[in-house]
Ligand binder design. Sequence first.
Ligand SMILES: [Zn+2]
Length: 335
Amino acid sequence: MVNTWDQLEKLQPTILRMLKNSILKNRVAHAYLLEGLKGVGKKEVALLFTRALFCEEKIDGYKPCESCHNCRRILNGNHPDVHIVEPDGLSIKVDQIRELQAEFAKKGVESLKKVYLLIHADRMSVSASNSLLKFLEEPNAQTTAFLITEQPQQILPTILSRCQVLTFQPLPPQVLVNRLIENGVVPTKAPLLASLTNNLEEALALNVDEWFAQAQKIVVKLYEVLDKNPLEAMVTLQNDWFGHFKEKEQIYLGLDLLLLIVKDLLYIQINKEGNIVFKGEIERLKKYALRASSRRIQNQMSAILEAKRKLQANMNPQLMMEQLVLNLQEGSSIV
Ligand SMILES: [Zn+2]
């Protein structure tokens, strides 16, 4: 699991630099709101920072040592002055916040310092939010709160205004590829998933999605037909494409897949095969890349981007696809 300072710094350099400064300058806020997509390290960073606050032997004055008594208890989830609140069922309930307040009214068990994390802080009930607000309005000098959320727009503005907001960046593609592989995705499939979404959970869901598996086959088939027998492309559209890509989001995804194939061809032509995302189709793509001029590939890329714009502008999807196929065919006999 990624959770040391050095590991998390690679994922979220800006946030770690800020936290480092606040520890070194002894300017820790009373409340932080950590917001960003799922899987970008929000909870890990909150716990890392918590260890830095409690650590007895910080390295260079800010990194938790990960081995002292306090660090180990936080890592094991049993430090008496660190509390983690998660939704009880669908929401964080007012009783959970009251319990927390009662806990914090006592002195720290071992020191004056106390930390709490609210996971999915956006799921607080209205009464829980109001209760927390009162809590935030009377900060104890030694209390630090971490509110963690993927939906900051759902948090009461009055709560937001009392927090220092830390915005987490989406994972860099290579990091996402590695995390997908760690989560059991076949290495040849991970790059394609990572180029379609920045969200770990979404990529994992796509990986086991039957519709998506079929979508890839249809897109590869369409490109193959365009390459071999352009006149048949309209038939493929009718027989395969229109029945599968129905919703606007699905059509966007289809166009993105098509764009990724064409980009792969470009990578092959400029000898950057390491960058291609349709790893499972590499042999077939090499043949296409050999036959097509780079000019043609660039024209095809422009045609697909143009199609995305037309879809955005609410053009009839069927018409848009038919035009696209005609544009993709153009120059097909020119090598
Ligand atoms: Zn330590």
